[in-house]
Design a binder for this molecule. Sequence first.
Ligand code: ADP
Ligand code: CP
Length: 313
Amino acid sequence: MGNRMVIALGGNAIQLGNGSTAAEQREACYHTAEQLVSIIRNGYEIVLAHGNGPQVGNIILQNQISQCEKLPAMPLDTCGAMSQGMIGYWLQSALYEVFKQQGIEKETVTILTQVQVDKEDQAFQNPTKPIGSFYTKEEADKLQEEKGYTMVEDAGRGFRRVVASPKPINIIEKNVINSLLNQQVVVVATGGGGIPVTICGSHLEGVEAVIDKDFASEKLAELVDAETLLILTAVEKVAINYGKDNEQWLSELSVEEAEEYIKEKHFAPGSMLPKIEAAITFAKSKPGRKVIITSLDKANVAVEGRTGTVISA
Ligand SMILES: Nc1ncnc2c1ncn2[C@@H]1O[C@H](COP(=O)(O)OP(=O)(O)O)[C@@H](O)[C@H]1O
Ligand SMILES: NC(=O)OP(=O)(O)O
């Protein structure tokens, strides 16, 4: 098996600030493709995973605004599938262009990915995953009353809808993803954490949830036997005492240290915490596996070992 890497793209790889038009998000994806090209050129077998929080929330809203008898709103699993197709298209198109410009003979394909979850997962009783736009308190109260949404305050930035976020158990399309990697194809997979499904006999049942993309990327990295999980976000390194006077940026983090820092609450739930939890799971899953957390613009330098936070057993 070659040198495999799963790259989990954070929100800013697809959407910069509030730029939510197709042109603006395509521009962000093009920038992402430019940042990743030298890693791809260096011979890694790459799977790109990505989030979908803002996009799936917007698809749901578009569905509801246009809803009428002849245009029924689609359920959340189907909206998740739409977001995978849309973002996969933008990434495929951006990589096609950058490969052509740089004379790289590679193809990219997006796999619509279904991810198995447990229907008894406690997450269904306690929705925690913020999706879509931010609202004022008054707007949030109205949505809660009219649509029955659960709305919560999100890190001082306003109110957002939260949905269930069960843990990924298995990736239904793992074999085809592995085959494509063996053929040196760049694969976009498990977008938006994957489409959550439960297995009911011979039937896959889509469920109303959004899986965390860091946990899904970790599962994917295990199932394709990757050596590295590269988590790209908005910060160059992980910090302890983040945002405080005694903030300390970390270059290396052992699993034991990470577990201790979680207990001391150094990582914000819903943002850095799932990345660290995913990193611990992956680093523990097999000797030699490591996770790098860094920013999109430092991805190359971090893969060369010159920045980022490396988490290993
Ligand atoms: N301990 C920490 N160290 C570094 N960043 C942290 C920490 N705790 C919270 N963060 C915040 O978490 C953000 C990453 O989470 P988020 O924006 O949700 O991820 P994503 O890039 O996957 O969309 C960082 O940009 C940073 O603002
Ligand atoms: N599905 C998911 O985790 O998306 P975000 O990373 O955009 O929140």
